[in-house]
Structure formats: C-alpha cells, structure tokens
Design a binder for this molecule. Structure first.
Ligand SMILES: [Fe+2]
Length: 186
C-alpha cells in the first residue's frame, strides 16, 4: 500500500523538503487506506465526494489537483504582492495531500456502490483526518488545514495554507455541484 501511495503522489511528495513531514504524510495515507479496508488498486476508483456526481474524478486526482492548485495560488499571490505573512510551502503540500485523507474512512464500497460508512456518520472527513494526523504527531498547522478546510472551518481561525487549500478544494467541487443543478454555464 505504502509503495502505491508514494508512486501516486511522487511529484507532490518530492516538493516537501522536510523528510519527516514527507514520511508522515505517506504513513498517514497508508494507515487510513488500510483502516478503511481498501486495496492499493482501489485508490484510483474512490470518488472524491459523495455529495455530487464526480463524473469519474477520483480521490487521488482530486487530491493532486487541490494540492497543485493551492501551490499555484500561493505562487501567484507571492510573486505579485508583498505579503505581510509567510506561506509555508511544505505545509501547503503536506496539508494539501492530507486534506481529504479522512475520506478513506468516511466512504465505503457496498453492493449499493460508494456510501457513507458508519465511521463517516460519526465523524466527517475533516474530523477523522485531523484525528489521524494527530496520531502521527503532525504539526498543528496540518491539523488546522485538515480540520478547517471545509465547512468546519467557516468563521474559525485558519492558517493561510488552510485558506489556500480551501479555495483550491472548492474550485474543484463547486463547478461539479453547479453542473448537477444546471447552474454551470457551459
Ligand atoms: Fe477535497
């Protein structure tokens, strides 16, 4: 499992300069995949959300798109303005890769297809992901990024890296929801 995860996220993992942060990111994904009962070949089949039709976009593709999107946003902002705060690129990549790791516990595959698991009914993925990250002693910045990247973070204190992941996440999610409601002009 670990090898497959490293393979899938190789390009993003290579952008994390802190070796411990990189190792823990892989270890958390591996633990969540095993605890969720998934096989390595399942990873690219899991839909990135159950809330709308994903049109075949899987959790791995979504995770990479959000991580790269957040990095792109950070780069664009940093190269065009003088920011009064730092953006930590290691946190941005590790937190981007981990923001939805809780979905490996929140989603399960049954005869009816992909559905919310009993685990997911108890704790949405921002909560289960934050708990996982905490078990691996991740920095509080990463916990904030996972725990507050969705509606759980609305109106709450957030790291700038959390804001960037949130925006990249919703740039991939909202058009899908709008499309299903016939609100996306195409
Ligand atoms: Fe996401």
């Amino acid at each position: 499992m670990k090898n497959r995860i490293e393979e899938l996220f190789r390009a993003q993992l290579d952008k994390i300069s802190d070796a411990e942060l990189r190792r823990k990111t892989v270890d958390i994904w591996t633990a969540a995949a095993l605890e969720g009962g998934w096989e390595p070949d399942d990873l690219e089949k899991i839909p990135f959300t159950l809330l709308t039709d994903t049109h075949g976009i899987n959790l791995i593709q979504h995770t990479i798109a959000v991580t790269e999107g957040a990095l792109g946003l950070a780069g664009a902002i940093q190269s065009n303005s003088q920011l009064p705060f730092e953006i930590n690129h290691d946190f941005l990549v590790a937190g981007g890769l981990l923001h939805d790791v809780g979905k490996l516990l929140e989603i399960e595959l049954t005869e009816d297809g992909y559905v919310k698991s009993l685990h997911g009914k108890h704790a949405r993925h921002p909560i289960s992901g934050a708990i996982l990250a905490s078990r691996f002693d991740m920095p509080m910045a990463i916990i904030n990024m996972i725990g507050c990247h969705a509606k759980e973070g609305d109106g709450r204190p957030q790291r700038v890296e959390t804001v960037l992941v949130h925006q990249a996440d919703f740039a991939t999610f909202n058009p899908m929801v709008m499309l299903s409601k016939d609100l996306l002009i195409t």
